[in-house]
Design a protein around this ligand. Structure first.
Ligand SMILES: [Ca+2]
Ligand SMILES: [Ca+2]
Length: 376
C-alpha cells in the first residue's frame, strides 16, 4: 500500500494552469462546487466499488485487489485474485458486487488474460471471505466469460461491469483496436454483453437464438467502452472512447448497432476518414459527441442525497481531458452541462453510501489518488 495522505486540496492543488480546456461546457473550478479530499493513494488504480459495510474495494492494474477502510485510511490485501496480463491497457480491470452480496458474498472481477492467439478480457466470479485484519481472499474463483477471439496487442479491452435492475450482468467488450470485429457477430469484441449472474445467456437476449458468443450480444458496433451505468428508470447508458474527435455517450438499446468502424463523428487517428453518423441513419447515433475528445473512463448516474441538484446526472471521468464531466439528461437527449478541471487523469468514478462522489486518478508513480468529493 502506498503511503496515504489526507488533505483538503485547494483549487490551486487540483487545477492545471488553465481552467478552460472544455469546448462543450464551460469549465468550472472544482473549489466552487465541491471540496475534494485526498483519502488514499494507489498504484495504477483502475476501478472501485463499496462494500455494504462502507469499506472500499480498489483494483490496481498490475493485479492487486485492495480493501480500504475509508475512515482510518488503512488498506489491506485481498488475495486469490487471478493472474493478469499486465501491459499497455491490459491488467486488472473492474470489481463488482452481486446484487445479493450481503447474503451470498458473490463478487465479480474483470482482467486481461493471455491465451492462444494473444490476450483478451475475462470475467471471473467467486466469493469474498473477509478476515479480521482488514483484508480477505477470493474463494472459488471461476472464469464465466471471455472475449472471443484472443488477439495480439494490449489495447481496448473494455471489461467494465454493471448489474442492471433486471438482475443481469452487463459487460463492455471493446474491439481490441482491431476495428472490424465490432461488426462481426461471430466475435463478442466491440459489443455490450448481457449475461445471467452465473455466466449463462439469458433467453431474452436479442440474438439468443443464434447461439455461441452471438447469443451474449446486447448491442454492437462499439469501440472502447470504459463506462456503463443505469439510470433510476432502468435505462442503460455507455460512453465510448472513439477515434480522433469521436468520443460518444450512447443510450444502449436492445439489438442496436452503433456503427463503429463504419461510421463515427470522429475519424481514424491515421487521418483516414470515417463517414459521420448522419450518412448512415440505420446505425444508432450518439446522444453526445466530443471533439476534442475527453477520453471517458468511469461512469456513474448520481442517485445520492449529498448533491441534491445533481440527482439523475451522469458523472464521467476524463483521462486526456483531466476532468470530471457532468451530464444532464433529457427525454432521449443528453448534454455536457459542466466540466471540472481536476488537473489529473481521472480513471474511475463511484458514488459512496452517503452520496459523496469518489474519484480515482490514473497513475503509476507516485500513484493515483482516491478523492472524496463533498459539497462545499
Ligand atoms: Ca466502480
Ligand atoms: Ca467522421
Amino acid at each position: 500500500m502506498a503511503p496515504y495522505s489526507r488533505a483538503v486540496l485547494t483549487c490551486a492543488a487540483l487545477l492545471s494552469a488553465a481552467c478552460n480546456s472544455g469546448n462543450t461546457a464551460p469549465t468550472t473550478r472544482p473549489a466552487e462546487a465541491f471540496v475534494a479530499t485526498s483519502v488514499a493513494q494507489f498504484a495504477e488504480p483502475w476501478a472501485m466499488t463499496f462494500l455494504p459495510d462502507g469499506r472500499l474495494l480498489v483494483t490496481e492494474k498490475k493485479g492487486a485487489l485492495k480493501l480500504l477502510d475509508v475512515v482510518s485510511g488503512k488498506a489491506g490485501d485481498v488475495t486469490g485474485v487471478p493472474p493478469v496480463a499486465y501491459g499497455g491497457q491490459g491488467g486488472f480491470g473492474d470489481v463488482l458486487l452481486h446484487p445479493d452480496f450481503a447474503k451470498n458474498r458473490v463478487i465479480y472481477v474483470s482482467f486481461a488474460e493471455r491465451g492462444e492467439g494473444g490476450s483478451g478480457g475475462a470475467v471471473a466470479r467467486g466469493t469474498l471471505a473477509l478476515d479480521a485484519n482488514g483484508g480477505g481472499k477470493l474463494e472459488g474463483l471461476a472464469v464465466i466469460w471471455r472475449q472471443v477471439p484472443k488477439v495480439d496487442g494490449q489495447g481496448h479491452f473494455g471489461h467494465r461491469l454493471a448489474f442492471g435492475p433486471d438482475g443481469k450482468l452487463w459487460i463492455t467488450s471493446s474491439e481490441r483496436q482491431k476495428f472490424t470485429p465490432a461488426q462481426d457477430m461471430k466475435s463478442n469484441l466491440g459489443k455490450v454483453v448481457r449475461l445471467n449472474g452465473d455466466g449463462s445467456v439469458p433467453a431474452d437476449n436479442p440474438f439468443s437464438a443464434q447461439g455461441g458468443v452471438t447469443a451474449q450480444v446486447w448491442s454492437l458496433g462499439h469501440r472502447n467502452v470504459l463506462g456503463i451505468a443505469f439510470d433510476a428508470q432502468g435505462r442503460l447508458y455507455a460512453h465510448e472512447m472513439g477515434p480522433r474527435g469521436g468520443d460518444e455517450l450512447n443510450i444502449i438499446d436492445k439489438g442496436a448497432n452503433y456503427g463503429y468502424p463504419i461510421v463515427s463523428n470522429g475519424d481514424h487517428y491515421n487521418g483516414r476518414d470515417i463517414p459521420d453518423h448522419p450518412t448512415r441513419p440505420e446505425f444508432k447515433a450518439p446522444l453526445v459527441t466530443w471533439n476534442p475528445v475527453i477520453s471517458p473512463a468511469g461512469f456513474v448516474i448520481y442517485s445520492g442525497a449529498l448533491f441534491p441538484a445533481w440527482k439523475g446526472n451522469g458523472f464521467i471521468g476524463g483521462l486526456s481531458s483531466q476532468s470530471l464531466v457532468r451530464i444532464e439528461f433529457g427525454e432521449g437527449t443528453a448534454r455536457e452541462a459542466q466540466r471540472f478541471d481536476m488537473g489529473r487523469r481521472i480513471r474511475e468514478v463511484e458514488q459512496g453510501p452517503d452520496g459523496a462522489i469518489w474519484l480515482l486518478e490514473d497513475g503509476v508513480a507516485p500513484g493515483g489518488r482516491l478523492l472524496k468529493l463533498t459539497p462545499r
